[in-house]
Design a protein around this ligand. Structure first.
Ligand code: PMP
Length: 314
């Protein structure tokens, strides 16, 4: 789908996966005027194709577009296009529980403009790929490395939207963690280095005495759709969930730590290392994250009642 400055998106077309042509002066290449989204299409228990809350991705893209001075597709255009991609690629969507089709919508400032200003033209494009488990350990616990040298976002920046420019600062931190044998990075707030924020592409939760806490959005973390859903599911199950500043030293005596995201679902954390001190979590007692994982996956696969209408069946 394409759109010029000050206009609305027109209906797009489906084509074979291929490269897109860009001017070297395109705003997205020079100034990073671009947004991304991530959605999974999977098969429910009866083999039906399902999407999980795709309208939330549409709304998040609209909020991001406002932040980056871009026009955005309407919720209906976004969801229809995602459905069309899922249907066109249905043969790549594995049976229930065996993986999914990862759908990646992009909104890009593709027009050429030398000076720093919003692009004169925009492209909304979606590509897709079948995927298995996000982490190579599969369902094995994650080992996180707390990063206090590099940050992914600061207050007033674009950390709270899914801007493509949020991800390049993560690469160095992620490489450092991976080269030391960790699964992922856990970022700290850039002002005080006191509060935990999020991992490279998932949100973080801790459990202490059956109370669940997760960093409150302060403009630097991405408010994940899985995060939002897990908060609702946990409250339905009777847990107290607090969105607040979570100090890094609270990791020392947490009963459980887990991360959430479209790619990971709910992933239990087995250890966290901060300034060469490693805290291990008892993997036999991960009752809360296990319960939340089962409830989320149950809804996504159609085994648990979808009382909020989160699943879009295609
Ligand atoms: N934080 C970041 C930085 C992310 O890239 C993602 C993945 N979109 C998340 C959190 C989790 O968001 P969601 O649950 O919507 O996938």
């Amino acid at each position: 789908m394409k759109c010029s400055e000050g206009e609305n998106f027109t209906h797009g077309r489906l084509s074979r996966y291929g490269n897109i042509e860009l001017s070297p002066a395109a705003s997205v290449l020079n100034y990073g005027q671009g947004l991304l989204e991530g959605i999974k299409a999977l098969r429910g228990e009866n083999g039906q194709l399902c999407l999980f809350r795709p309208e939330q991705n549409a709304v998040r893209m609209q909020i991001g577009a406002e932040r980056l001075c871009m026009p955005a597709p309407s919720t209906e255009q976004f969801v229809d296009a995602v459905k069309e991609i899922a249907v066109a690629n249905r043969r790549w969507i594995p049976p229930t529980g065996k993986g999914s089709l990862y759908i990646r919508p992009l909104l890009l400032g593709c027009g050429a403009r030398l000076g720093l200003a919003p692009s004169p033209e925009y492209t909304f494009v979606i590509y897709a790929s079948p995927v298995g488990n996000y982490f190579k350990e599969g369902v094995a616990p994650l080992n996180l490395y707390v990063e206090d040298e590099y940050h992914r976002a600061s207050r007033g920046g674009a950390g709270c939207v899914k801007a493509i420019t949020n991800y390049s600062p993560v690469l160095k931190a992620q490489a450092k963690a991976k080269c030391r044998g960790f699964s992922d990075v856990l970022f700290l707030d850039s002002s005080n280095k006191t509060y935990i924020e999020e991992a490279s592409s998932s949100n973080i939760f801790i459990v202490k005495d059956n109370v669940i806490s997760t960093p409150a959005p302060t403009g630097t973390i991405l408010e994940g759709i899985t995060r939002k859903s897990i908060i609702e599911i946990a409250r339905d199950l009777g847990y107290q969930v607090d969105e607040r500043g979570v100090r890094v030293d609270e990791l020392d005596d947490a009963d459980e730590v887990f991360s959430t995201g479209t790619a990971v679902g709910v992933a239990a954390v087995g250890s966290i290392t901060y300034r060469d001190k490693r805290v291990n979590y008892n993997m036999d007692g991960q009752l809360v994250s296990q319960k939340l994982y089962s409830a989320l996956v149950g809804i996504q696969r159609g085994a648990v009642e979808d009382k909020r209408g989160w699943i879009v069946k295609i």
